[in-house]
Design a protein around this ligand. Sequence first.
Ligand SMILES: O=C(O)COP(=O)(O)O
Ligand SMILES: [Mg+2]
Length: 222
Amino acid sequence: MAKLPAMQRTVIFDLDGTLVDSRPDIHAALNRLMAARGQPPFTLEEVTRFIGDGVAMLIQRGFAARGLAPDPTALPAFIADYEANAVVDTRLFPGMAEALDRLQAAGWAMAICTNKPERAARLLLEALGLSGRFVALGGGDSFPVRKPDPAHVLATLQAAGGDAARAVMVGDHHNDIAAGRGAGLPVVYCGYGYGLPEMADGAPVVRAAGELPEMLEKILGK
Ligand SMILES: O=C(O)COP(=O)(O)O
Ligand SMILES: [Mg+2]
């Protein structure tokens, strides 16, 4: 009997803190929003703790930290500013371009599941010349739900034409680990990202982008 071709392997990446270090531009945009309200700037470390649950939550945390009442004009103002300045200092993490090359050469299909709004995520990928690398992108506003809801991962996987039996989720936040596990996927935690060490929650950890190809091959060999 003819052997069936091996099913496509898919890796689903988180974006912020996993593929790219986007903190400097998120930090700058949030501080401009605060400055427009007469508020002092946050440190990079403070803003790092606010990232992970999408842009509305980022602003909510920033406002709460300064004791400001919610302001419905803040979200559209932040998004417009961030979209115009998303790739001033944002770059792929060191070694990530080579890691993506190796994964592509090994036949992995690659997709992105991010809580960042889809349009900002697409602009960012375009500006970094990365759009062609990924077969699908599920943003924080692409579906009715977002991470940690596993349905966000599954909808992204479906858009990528992937199969849950041959897919891995890679991220830097407990939302990524929870969403990936909830979707029934093996998960990998990026220790170089924005999360706190305990967010790995027992998942295998990579300390640098260069460790990803080997780790993914170990989890899901050909
Ligand atoms: O926008 C966020 O809060 C986090 O985005 P991420 O899901 O790509 O890490
Ligand atoms: Mg992240």
